[in-house]
Design a binder for this molecule. Structure first.
Ligand SMILES: C[S@@+](CC[C@H](N)C(=O)[O-])C[C@H]1O[C@@H](n2cnc3c(N)ncnc32)[C@H](O)[C@@H]1O
Length: 292
């Protein structure tokens, strides 16, 4: 059994269950299976209203970011992947069905041990899928736990979705420093939709009062405000990543609007989703000066 120390970030773990329950209203492979396991095994003790709250825009956001990241991943020929804050994402399960891919899922100890147990119920053996306890903000870095699993001299793809949005500016800087170290050693790219501006979040809440309720639930659970912890404008987010030593290529989430299954499943107005996604991008970050 993994060590189960209490971590100041543990309260954020519950949001992984909320997101996973939202993902069941999509056609993302394994999303329904994972959500069902969570429900049948009573893995999350959200109170009744929290359990039943759902926001159509949250589901659209979650599906869009997952599929937009996949689209960006497909542009790189990188076969070793380190996913931060994996939560209950099914990407590792899916991508590791290709035996040429080394996929490392990571999260806080309590979350990653739960994830590993759930995945073992869905697939018997996946020798190229690994689970590591990594606090992405830790200094010294815990990313080095992945070194024995990575091939030296080959680039690494680092992924994360829905992590930085919960972190303070200082904590985001710690994650950036840890990512920089790995990219310096291996080369590669960091793909994330997590540099968001609060303006777009506030506008989406005006379009969907359920989203407002759900984000408030998240804030109550984590003690962290998505609005306070993110950037006033997208330009401020860009400025931040430049200052952290990254070069950025942006990929609009509108690129996946036609792939969103939840629009039909939940009967969502595509125009509202289009408005929301117009302000959302996946960032592909590489080191500004790889050799320095
Ligand atoms: C909103 S959930 C997103 C989970 C998953 N990426 C997804 O999109 O479904 C936030 C995740 O961040 C993880 N987390 C929180 N603080 C962390 C930290 N310091 N290091 C690594 N993971 C962390 C939580 O355990 C949780 O799984």
């Amino acid at each position: 059994m993994n060590k189960q120390q209490t971590n100041e970030f543990d309260k954020i773990i519950l949001t992984a269950f909320m997101v996973s329950l939202a993902r069941q209203f999509t056609d993302i492979p394994y999303a329904k299976e994972l959500a069902q396991l969570i429900e049948t095994q009573g893995l999350v003790k959200l109170s009744q209203p929290q359990n039943q709250d759902k926001s159509v825009l949250l589901t659209a956001r979650i599906e869009a970011r997952y599929k937009a990241i996949n689209q960006v991943i497909a542009q790189y020929q990188i076969t070793q992947v380190l996913e931060l804050a994996s939560g209950l994402l099914p990407r590792g399960l899916l991508m590791s069905s290709n035996p040429n891919i080394t996929f490392i899922e990571s999260d806080l100890p309590k979350m990653i041990s739960c994830k590993q147990q759930l995945i073992q119920q869905l697939v018997v053996e996946r020798p190229n899928l690994y689970f590591l306890e990594i606090d992405a903000t830790n200094h010294p870095s815990e990313f080095w736990k992945s070194t024995p699993l990575l091939k030296a001299g080959q680039p690494v793809m680092i992924l994360c979705e829905g992590l930085l949005t919960h972190l303070t500016l200082l904590e985001k800087q710690l994650v950036c420093a840890n990512v920089r170290e790995i990219l310096h050693s291996y080369g590669g790219v960091w793909i994330t939709p997590d540099f968001i501006d609060t303006g777009s979040l506030v506008r989406s809440q005006q379009d969907d009062s359920d989203l407002q309720k759900l984000l408030q639930t998240g804030t109550n659970l984590t003690g962290r405000s998505l609005v306070n912890n993110n950037f006033g404008t997208l330009d401020q987010a860009r400025q931040f990543v430049y200052e952290q030593g990254f070069r950025v290529t942006e990929h609009s989430m509108l690129n996946v609007i036609d792939e969103l299954s939840c629009l039909e499943i939940l009967g969502i107005d595509p125009e509202v989703v289009r408005r929301m996604l117009a302000a959302q991008s996946v960032f592909a970050l590489t080191l500004d000066s790889p050799s320095s």
